[in-house]
Design a protein around this ligand. Structure first.
Ligand SMILES: Nc1nc2c(ncn2[C@@H]2O[C@H](COP(=O)(O)OP(=O)(O)OP(=O)(O)O)[C@@H](O)[C@H]2O)c(=O)[nH]1
Ligand SMILES: [Mg+2]
Length: 307
């Protein structure tokens, strides 16, 4: 029997994600609104990253199908860059994955990446953690790989699949910067286009030089070709000790600590002590620099002395 997730949980998860996305509630608060997962099994988080239009959503759609066939529930968190030029991607994702919308074992959510630096939306980490808490067996996080984003996906995913397309000329060189370290798997998608084998060969060469054990596979996601091989590689990575689970848990802890620290610091700024500094600033008794230093000392002391 293929597992499903109660509609109530879908609704609660969607609401919780909206709340953190809009900053209405902290991660901890939203977590409390969700019932704890029914089994103690950890979710398997797969990061799917790569350049715009490489076929990431198409691949994710195929992977949903495979994981569902294996009886696992799947949540998809698709991070769309906030640039107005790529907003079509939001619709695109929805259309492509639409066929799963009637399946209560599948949760799909697009999120805007609002950070100017092109980083993952900070809330993506929280959304992933919430989906895990809600009990989804597999969480697929799709991010457009631009600059730092690819590197940040490591903090979220247990396994990172880097999707590329057949390179023209020496564009494999651009993949080289930073990506070999984070990829647990390379997928050369659009293998129906010329240059796929050559690109795969170049990548294999690169992987060998880096000394890491990273598979390089070719797919035609639009036709469903090569997806089984991707599943085999993901399953192997899931079982392997080199998986990123430890890093992901550490990141969550750091994030929780940071949230708590910010809350305490803000409380100090709003308390009489903080307000009196602002009063003195207004009265001209302190310079802005002095006021800032004083508030910082208060806030840090509060954070450090927290139990
Ligand atoms: N020829 C060919 N086209 C493909 C293949 N896989 C996907 N496509 C098409 O490529 C286009 C982009 O695919 P998407 O899955 O939206 O790519 P994406 O990486 O998710 O795009 P963004 O999220 O906008 O970065 C779509 O028109 C797909 O149908 C493939 O293997 N071969
Ligand atoms: Mg996409």
């Amino acid at each position: 029997m293929t597992r499903s997730v109660p509609v109530r949980v879908h609704r609660d998860l969607a609401r919780a994600i909206t709340a953190i996305e809009n900053g209405y509630a902290s991660f901890g608060d939203t977590l409390a609104t969700l019932p704890a997962r029914e089994n103690g099994k950890a979710s398997f988080v797969v990061g799917v990253t790569g350049p715009p239009g490489a076929g990431k959503s198409t691949l994710v759609d195929r992977l949903i199908e495979k994981f569902r066939a294996g009886g696992e529930t799947v949540a998809v968190i698709a991070v769309d860059p906030s640039s107005p030029f790529t907003h079509g991607a939001v619709l695109g994702d929805r259309v492509r994955m639409q066929r799963h919308s009637g399946d209560t074992g599948v949760f799909i959510r697009s999120m805007a990446s609002r950070e100017s630096g092109g980083g993952l939306a900070p809330t993506t980490h929280d959304a992933t953690a919430l989906a895990a808490h809600a009990g989804f067996d597999v969480i697929l996080v799709e991010t457009v790989g631009v600059g730092q984003v690819e590197l940040e996906i490591v903090a979220v995913a247990d396994v990172v699949a880097v999707v590329t397309v057949p390179a023209l000329g020496d564009s494999v060189q651009t993949i080289k910067a930073g990506l070999t370290e984070i990829a647990d798997l390379f997928v050369v998608n659009m293998a129906d286009r010329p240059g796929a084998s050559r690109t795969a060969l170049d990548l294999k060469h690169m992987v060998r030089e880096s000394g890491r054990d990273v598979a390089v596979l070719q797919t035609i996601a639009s036709e469903g070709t090569g997806i089984d091989d991707v599943m085999v590689a993901l399953t192997a990575a899931r079982a392997s000790e080199s998986s990123n689970a430890g890093r992901a848990v550490r990141f969550e802890v750091v994030r929780n600590i940071r949230d708590a620290a910010v809350r305490r610091a803000l409380a100090v700024l709003d308390a009489p002590r903080g307000r009196s500094v602002l009063e003195r600033l207004r009265a001209g008794e302190l310079t802005r620099l002095e006021a800032r230093e004083e508030l910082l000392v208060y806030a840090l002391a509060e954070v450090i002395n927290a139990d």
